[in-house]
Design a protein around this ligand. Structure first.
Ligand code: COA
Ligand code: MG
Length: 291
């Protein structure tokens, strides 16, 4: 999935708009965009939406962002929405693989109650929202079969660190958040799950969004979260492999196919070895999915 659009779970209007946004996945939010007094209503609105939207054949993937363990709201969130059979749950303020195992167990119980097969719901964890989480980013490996992606957050982390800002004047992330981003990337690669870049909150700034998407793709992220439907097209475009990139990948695969025993080949004066072959295969798989 390239684009993941956040939609406040208490807004039927935005939920309807999100379905037609072109996003590969919707992240229906019960957490930060919902005020404490609206949590109950947001759960009901979200469940009603799931009942309507999930059975539709051609639709984006649908995830619900629940509230983190420290809030005491996680169980009520899961009680409310698992029966609506979303494709998965976004798990915020995750603190390592142990927390994902805990979340997995909570989901398993609700799947049984709802009569869903075990493992029906995936987990995408937000891996860097607390200071402690930063030190646990390498512990997601093998934690749960449900875990399909890791993403990171700069907003909650900056509150926890007591920072005045998380970006410099040009909009670039400051050092603590670059570290969080890198830990997410390495943690996801180690766990062999998708690395998903964080939100870009300056939602009218298309050039800034595009730059951040380009940098994310360059570094190994394969998707990005959005907070506004206007961001979806740019994210989809940047994370769809270009015709040129596909051609290059096909050339690498062809060169190795012609030299089955080779560990390394030369194409146009450049050396390619086995890791390049693996990268070419991954790129073609993404291109096949999205074009
Ligand atoms: N999902 C679906 N629809 C959205 C949307 C979203 N995330 N954000 C905006 N829209 C809709 C608006 O309702 C509006 O619909 P309309 O044309 O039918 O009136 C249209 O898109 C244009 O919106 P716009 O006026 O440009 O923005 P806004 O001021 O209404 O909303 C935000 C700005 C930031 C409040 C809104 O984008 C939002 O709620 N984003 C998600 C926030 C969130 O979930 N945060 C948690 C994760 S960090
Ligand atoms: Mg948050």
């Amino acid at each position: 999935m390239r684009s993941f659009l956040f939609i406040p779970g208490d807004s039927p209007k935005k939920l309807d708009k999100g379905i037609g946004s072109g996003a590969d996945a919707l992240l229906i939010d019960l957490e930060d965009s919902i005020s404490p007094q609206n949590k109950t209503q947001a759960r009901a609105t979200t469940l009603a939406f799931l009942k309507e939207a999930v059975p539709v054949k051609q639709r984006p993937r649908i995830y619900v962002r629940i509230n983190g363990f420290a809030t005491g709201l996680t169980d009520d969130d899961l009680d409310a929405v698992v029966g609506g059979h979303p494709d998965g749950v976004m798990f915020p303020k995750a603190e390592g693989g142990a927390a994902v195992i805990h979340c997995d167990a909570k989901i398993t119980a609700r799947e049984a109650i709802a009569g869903l097969p075990e493992g029906a719901l995936d987990i995408i964890a937000i891996a860097t929202e607390t200071a402690q989480a930063m030190f646990l980013a390498g512990t997601y490996v093998g934690s749960s079969k449900r875990l399909k992606g890791l993403t990171w957050g700069a907003e909650d982390l900056s509150v926890e660190l007591g920072a005045e800002a998380n970006r410099d004047r040009d909009g670039h992330f400051l050092a603590p958040y670059q570290l969080a981003r890198s830990l997410c990337l390495a943690g996801a690669a180690a766990a062999q799950v998708q690395a998903i870049d964080t939100v870009y909150i300056d939602f009218r700034n298309e050039a800034g969004l595009r730059r951040e998407c380009d940098e994310a793709r360059r570094d190994g992220f394969t998707g990005k979260m959005a907070i506004h439907p206007g961001q979806v097209a740019i994210i989809n475009e940047v994370f769809t492999p270009t015709a040129e990139a596909v051609k290059r990948a096909e050339a690498v695969i062809a060169a190795f196919a012609e030299n089955p025993g080779a560990g390394t080949v030369g194409i146009g004066g450049v050396m390619y070895d086995r890791p390049h072959l693996e990268r070419a295969r991954q790129l073609l798989a993404r291109a096949k999915a999205w074009t």
